[in-house]
Design a protein around this ligand. Structure first.
Ligand code: 5AD
Ligand code: SF4
Length: 485
């Protein structure tokens, strides 16, 4: 179970981000979602793995969550069974995150806990960004690990599992030069209504603080016909919401001769039978173009929520971060969205305490929050990461000062959200019901703008349905309402 991220002020999904847990709001406990596998094309007969069991723990962003769904699919198709504890498993897999130092540190402490498991004959594997970053060093630091597979090498994972099954004591996959994306015949999806779909992997931007281009490799877009085939299957299986994923999802470049633009892909996905909502995340400001806004205007199934990380409100800091836009250029993108016929909820990511960030740079971030009026944000203290250009930058900001700036950002955003949410009282929204409280007649769900609503209804079963909810109250982090129809 992941620990909730107290710094998040906006609701979980809809944003690619790290260390996110389910935010627990009020006393609503989401019911455990029971997923089902979705099949794509022919499934190979169950190979090795008969009788084998696996435990898979995931840290990090939605890309990691979805990669784990695919890894689980690969194993299920080979005849493995998924279990809930490491004790019950013959194969223990840990899908890791390295975006900030704290996340990466967690990996080694968790691996320490698994140490004695190997002597019980269990196979232990490390997947994801830490695997890519640390590579063979993981075998040195934790010799009880048998499998190391980086997130850029997942297309090789089935082959690597075959080698383990054949008795190979150590297998490693660290390629980043593959232009294949990770497509699996079976994906074991955790949520029965919302399906994630990676449409672009890796990242070709070079933000000076970020490990992603190293851990996830260069940008690779998936073929539009393959994406649309999977969406049609999802529609037939009863999924009504799809979320298109990518580190820079709107940089999508269709590798087929069709050359669909990202906005055309959004419209095509929305046209698929059974699909009622299309989300996408994360967008990069430099590639955010008017045709995306026009697609949102034209097609109500495309959700009116855009996650557009700004990172800093100061052009000077943005330059040092190599973010490829200035404050003014970013604000032009915001103006473009604010000009849309349908209101669009905008959320963002902020990094405080980047090397050399002065008090006046920081003030510009606060004034940007005031100007944009985001509906949610994730704020992070800058964390120096291996191999990144910003690692060697001078004028590091002391941890204490980073903490102070983080608190100022959060307080500012809390005020903005409290005021913004209060204005919604009395309005009615369509909600996809995704959770049921232990408290009687209490439900929870999300609007298309990705606002979370806790609401009362006398209906006996609402999970997975779309209902109208009237807002009766609001806090900074969520809304309270009642079933209206
Ligand atoms: N330090 C702090 N935050 C970071 N992020 C990415 N790299 C770092 C880092 N080195 C944040 C950015 C990004 C989000 C996913 O994580 O805000 O948008
Ligand atoms: Fe990292 Fe920048 Fe790529 Fe986002 S756009 S994944 S912050 S390098």
């Amino acid at each position: 179970m992941r620990t909730p991220n107290k710094r998040f002020l906006g609701g979980k999904a809809g944003v690619i981000n790290c260390d996110l847990g389910m935010s627990k709001l009020f006393d609503i406990e989401l019911e455990r979602l029971t997923g089902r596998p979705s099949y794509s094309g022919a499934v190979r007969g169950a190979a090795g793995g008969q009788g084998g069991t696996f435990f898979l723990e995931t840290f990090g962003c939605q890309m990691n969550d979805h990669d784990s769904e695919k890894v689980a699919g690969v194993l299920l198709a080979r005849g493995y069974r998924q279990v809930e504890t490491p004790e019950a498993a013959s194969l223990i897999l840990y899908n890791t995150c390295s975006i900030r130092e704290k996340a990466a540190q967690k990996v080694f402490s968790r691996l320490g806990e698994y140490r004695e498991k190997q002597s019980e004959g269990k196979i232990i594997g490390v997947l994801g960004c830490v695997a890519q970053q640390e590579g063979e060093d993981i075998f040195k630091r934790a010799p009880w690990v048998s499998l190391v597979c980086g997130s850029a090498s997942y297309s090789k994972l089935p082959e690597m599992i075959s080698q383990l099954e054949a008795g190979n004591p150590r297998v490693i996959g660290l390629d980043t030069d593959t232009d294949e994306t990770f497509e699996t015949p079976v994906t074991r999806r955790d949520n029965p209504w919302r399906a994630y779909l990676t449409i672009i992997e890796g990242c070709d931007k070079a933000c000076s603080y970020c490990v992603v281009p190293f851990t996830r490799g260069p940008e690779r877009s998936r073929a539009s016909d393959s994406i649309l085939r999977e969406v049609r299957e999802l529609g037939e299986l009863g999924y009504s919401e799809v979320q298109l994923l990518g580190q820079t999802v709107n940089s999508y470049a269709d590798p087929t001769s069709r050359k669909m633009r990202f906005s055309e892909l959004l419209l095509a996905v929305a046209d698929v039978q059974g699909i009622r909502r299309v989300r996408f995340t994360t967008s990069h400001p430099s590639d955010f173009t008017l045709d995306i806004v026009e697609a949102i205007e034209r097609q109500p199934k495309i959700c009116d929520h855009v996650h557009l990380p700004v990172q800093s409100g100061s052009t000077r800091v943005l330059r040092a971060m190599q973010r490829t836009y200035s404050r003014e250029e970013y604000l032009e993108k915001i103006a473009m969205m604010r000009g849309a016929k349908r209101p669009v909820a905008i959320t963002t990511d902020i990094i405080v305490g980047f090397p050399g960030e002065t008090e006046s740079d920081f003030d510009e971030t606060i004034s940007l929050l005031q100007e944009v009026q985001y509906t949610g944000l994730f704020a992070f203290k800058y964390s120096p990461r291996p191999n990144t250009p910003s690692l060697s930058m001078k004028d590091a900001i002391p941890e204490e000062e980073k903490g102070r700036r983080l608190a100022v950002v959060q307080e500012k955003q809390r005020e903005i959200q409290a005021a913004g949410n209060a204005e919604l009282a009395g309005k009615t929204f369509e909600v996809l019901v995704s959770g049921k409280s232990r408290r009687e007649n209490q439900w929870t769900g999300y609007t298309t703008s990705h606002r979370m609503i806790n609401f009362a209804s006398q209906e006996s079963e609402l999970l997975g349905t779309y209902v109208q909810v009237r807002i009766t109250g609001a806090g900074p982090n969520s809304l309270v309402g009642e079933h209206a129809a």
